[in-house]
Structures are given as structure tokens and as C-alpha cells.
Design a protein around this ligand. Structure first.
Ligand code: DUC
Ligand code: ZN
Ligand code: ZN
Length: 472
């Protein structure tokens, strides 16, 4: 065979959500064109020997925040550093956010976000549209962006006064998405009650970062989860609950799915590895863990892992929302120290885009909680199917994009912020030993990560128009 765009990966053990087999992978014009043994091409083509390596489909991280502005703070990873970090962590597609509001229409928000990412992104990307202002025109726009722009998913916040949507807005939006193949992602926390608790704590002088954790009770996450599930049932529209952190809201999701309601949900690695004991300190270092929802009880971790194993939860995303601990790090301002004297001013979020596959492999596969197939399903196939990207993304199959991660399950790897790609100045997983290492990452057939080297380019990432959601 002779064609300059041909790449051949020899002899990897291919893992998809459903299969596990040793094969060569032949790639042409960005797509997988053959999965067979003993394929031969001429010597001068790109041939990689993957003996002893696992091949996963590139990770799909459906919840990231790159260059997102919340209040005065902007997340510290840009589309170049953030997508490079994602690639080093085995992720080749992200779904980030575009922000609509009273003065920025849906179309303007999407155009703005595409402009921000193009010529910077090293991996493929799309956006959920955040809806914080709903009126007649916004509902028309919602339908139009699904049909014309390939933006088929949305995000609504039940917390945070500046962007919060009330129940009526969620109800109206669900009617439109339900009829048009769209999907609304929900940040489910009872914002008004939580804001009252925050105010009471600040008034009592409880201002250190740990009080963030104790101001956002699990029961208020469960209440909002239950409420939005009822709205989804009422409108017969699917719903996706982001960052489920605790058993209380998980049980609402499980109960809804038992009734065959169209309810999907994710959790994030930090809820699987850390617990609320970190909040029992007055040290400002605790600001690393100021995320919403906050970390929960130790016992919640095991319950969330089991939910992932049993498909009670469908996806592991990162909610990568990085802010530096040191003001001025790499020139970034208005980061975590904004809340030195008042935890409610600390920008909420933690990094994770670079560590998702490794830590879930370690905590899930190596610990015997999930199979290799389920691992692939959680980090790649299910998010691709739920968010309208499958089978272009999310699998290794003839016709799919050649997004491939070659992984050595025998090589050890220690996580450290000292050698990571992200702009953020810490890792929650500092010092964690992973039995397994990402060796090579291909995006649409092009090598973008080679061992510890970035060999991609910052304009190769493509905006992805997405189709109908919830094809699971
Ligand atoms: N929720 C998110 O989903 N992302 C960042 C902050 C938050 O609270
Ligand atoms: Zn959220
Ligand atoms: Zn988020």
C-alpha cells in the first residue's frame, strides 16, 4: 500500500467498551480504515510498534473550563495549555462552555468561544451553551443552535446568583431540548439556601476556606437533583446531572433511572479520591479543595465507585476548572488568593484534565473495581454517545477518527505538578503512583504526544459539530 497519509500501529491490544483484541490499526486521511492482523505497508510510512501496549480510544472529557470567566476570575488554562494538558492525559476531545446571557446571544456566545479556541487548541473541541437568560428569543435560539451550529447540549446552574436559572427557565428550556434532540446539563445545588448558609457563616466570622465545604450540604445537592429530575419527567426531556458528589444525590439519580427516566449523570475524580476531612483546617492551603459541590464523606467515595461499576453513573469527567494557589503565577491574577479573608470569594474549581485517565485507571482498573472495557466506556464511549459525538469519537472502529492512546500498563508513573503541562501551580494528586503510563497519543492519525514530548500543533484541534444526544 502506498499513500503518504497512511499510518500503521502494529500489534496493540485494542480495548473498546465492548471488545478486547490484538490487531494492527491502519489509518488513512485521519480515519481508521482497517483493523486486522499483519497489515503491511511500504517502509517509508509511519509505522509504530505497539507490542505489549493497550490501545484506548482517545478520551472524551465532556466537562472542562478553559479560559472561562467567572466573576473577576478567569480559569488559568488557555486553549493551548489546557488542550496540551488534556492530550498528555490521554484526552483528545473536550466539551467546554460558551456563555449566553441577557446581552450575549447564543450565536454570539458560540462564535466567541470558537474564536477563542481556534488556532490554539491542540485537540478537538466543542461547547455546551450555558443558558443564564431565558426569554422567547433565547428559546428560539436554543432550537436554532441545535439544528444549525451543532451545539446540542446546554448547561444550567441551580446555584450561583449571577448565572442561576430558576425552575421556570429550566422547565421552558427542557421543553425545547426534549423536542429537538438536545440535552441540558445541570449543576444541581439549591443556590438560594446555600447562599444563606454562606452568609450566616461569614457573619459568624467563619471565613477560612474549610467553611466552604461545610456551607454546601449534601442534602441541598440531593434536593436540587430531585427537583430537576421532576422537571425532566414533566417535560419528557433528558437531563444530565454534572459532578454528582454524594450518595444523597446519587440515590435520586438511581431512583429515576429505575423508573426508566432519561436521566444521566457523571462524577469527577476528585470525589472518588478525596473527602471532607481536608476542610478541618484553617490553613489557606485548603483553598485547593474549594470546589462546588464540595468534597463529601469518606464513605461516599466507595458508593460512587460502585455506582460507576454498575452504570448508575455513566461518565467520569473532570470539571477541570483550574485556579492558581499563588497570585501572579505565570502572570495569572484573581486566582484562589482572592478569598484569603473570605472563603466565599475563592474561585470555585480544581484541575484534573491531565490526570483523569491515569487516576481512574489506577483507582478503578488496578483496584479491580471496573474492567478495562468499563474504563473505556466511562472516559470515552459514554460521553461520546451522550453528547452526540459517537461513532466519530469514543471508539476504535473502522470509519472512526483515529484518536488513539497507547498505554503501557506495566510502566510506573508518579503524578507531579513539577512536570505537568497545565498552567496551574498544583495537582490534587501530587506524588500519587500510577501503575500504567501513557506512551503515545494520536489525534486523527497524527502523533501529538510522544512519551514526554508534545509533538502536536496548536491549530490542529477542530471544532466539532455534534448531533443528537443520548444515543446510549
Ligand atoms: N461548577 C462547575 O460545573 N464548574 C465550575 C464551578 C462549579 O461550581
Ligand atoms: Zn457546577
Ligand atoms: Zn464545571
Amino acid at each position: 500500500m502506498s499513500d503518504s497519509s497512511i499510518t500503521l500501529i502494529k500489534n496493540s491490544r485494542i480495548i473498546t467498551d465492548k471488545s478486547d483484541f490484538v490487531s494492527d490499526i491502519l489509518i488513512q486521511n485521519e480515519k481508521i480504515i482497517s483493523l486486522e492482523k499483519d497489515i503491511n505497508v511500504e517502509d517509508n510510512f509511519n509505522v509504530y510498534n505497539a507490542d505489549g501496549l493497550l490501545a484506548f480510544p482517545g478520551g472524551v472529557d465532556c466537562h472542562t473550563h478553559l479560559e472561562n470567566k467567572f466573576g473577576q476570575s478567569v480559569t488559568c488554562d488557555t486553549f493551548d495549555t489546557g488542550t496540551r494538558a488534556a492530550a498528555f492525559g490521554g484526552t483528545t476531545t473536550i466539551i467546554d462552555f460558551a456563555f449566553q446571557n441577557e446581552s450575549i446571544s447564543a450565536q454570539q456566545a458560540i462564535e466567541y468561544s470558537i474564536r477563542l479556541a481556534e488556532n490554539k487548541a491542540g485537540i478537538d473541541y466543542s461547547f455546551h451553551l450555558v443558558l443564564s437568560h431565558i426569554d422567547k428569543q433565547a428559546l428560539i435560539d436554543l432550537k436554532n443552535v441545535i439544528n444549525d451550529l451543532g451545539i446540542s447540549s446546554f448547561k444550567m446552574f441551580m446555584a450561583y446568583p449571577a448565572i442561576m436559572a430558576n425552575d421556570a427557565a429550566i422547565y421552558q428550556s427542557l421543553k425545547v431540548t426534549g423536542e429537538n434532540g438536545g440535552l441540558i446539563c445541570i449543576h444541581a445545588e439549591n443556590g438560594p439556601v446555600i447562599d444563606q448558609i454562606v452568609k450566616e457563616n461569614i457573619e459568624k466570622g467563619l471565613t477560612s476556606p474549610g467553611h466552604h465545604g461545610f456551607s454546601r450540604p449534601a442534602i441541598m445537592e440531593a434536593e436540587a437533583t430531585n427537583r430537576v429530575i421532576k422537571l425532566s419527567e414533566l417535560t419528557n426531556a433528558p437531563i444530565y446531572i454534572v459532578h454528582v458528589s454524594c450518595k444523597e444525590s446519587l440515590y435520586e439519580v438511581i431512583a429515576a433511572r429505575k423508573k426508566n427516566l432519561k436521566v444521566y449523570a457523571e462524577t469527577c475524580p476528585h470525589y472518588l479520591f478525596f473527602d471532607d476531612s481536608v476542610y478541618r483546617s484553617d490553613d489557606f492551603d485548603v483553598a485547593k479543595y474549594v470546589i462546588s459541590p464540595p468534597l463529601r464523606k469518606k464513605e461516599d467515595q466507595e458508593i460512587l465507585w460502585q455506582a460507576l461499576a454498575k452504570d448508575d453513573l455513566q461518565v467520569v469527567s473532570t470539571d477541570h476548572c483550574p485556579y492558581c494557589m499563588k497570585e501572579g503565577h505565570l502572570g495569572k491574577i484573581n486566582q484562589k488568593p482572592l478569598g484569603l479573608n473570605d472563603f466565599s470569594k475563592i474561585p470555585n474549581g480544581a484541575p484534573g484534565i491531565e490526570t483523569r485517565l491515569p487516576v481512574i485507571f489506577e483507582g478503578g482498573v488496578n483496584k479491580g473495581i471496573i474492567s478495562l472495557n468499563r474504563f473505556v466506556e466511562l472516559v470515552s464511549t459514554a460521553p461520546a454517545k451522550i453528547f452526540g459525538l459517537f461513532p466519530q469519537k469514543g471508539t476504535i472502529a473502522v470509519g472512526s477518527d483515529a484518536d488513539i492512546v497507547l498505554f503501557d500498563p506495566k510502566e510506573k508513573n508518579i503524578i507531579s505538578a513539577s512536570n505537568h503541562q497545565s498552567n496551574v501551580d498544583y495537582s490534587l494528586y501530587e506524588g500519587m503512583e500510577i501503575n500504567g503510563k501513557i506512551k503515545k497519543v494520536f489525534l486523527r492519525g497524527s502523533l501529538i504526544v510522544d512519551k514526554d514530548q508534545w509533538v502536536g500543533s496548536y491549530n490542529f484541534g477542530k471544532f466539532l459539530k455534534r448531533g443528537e444526544t443520548c444515543k446510549v
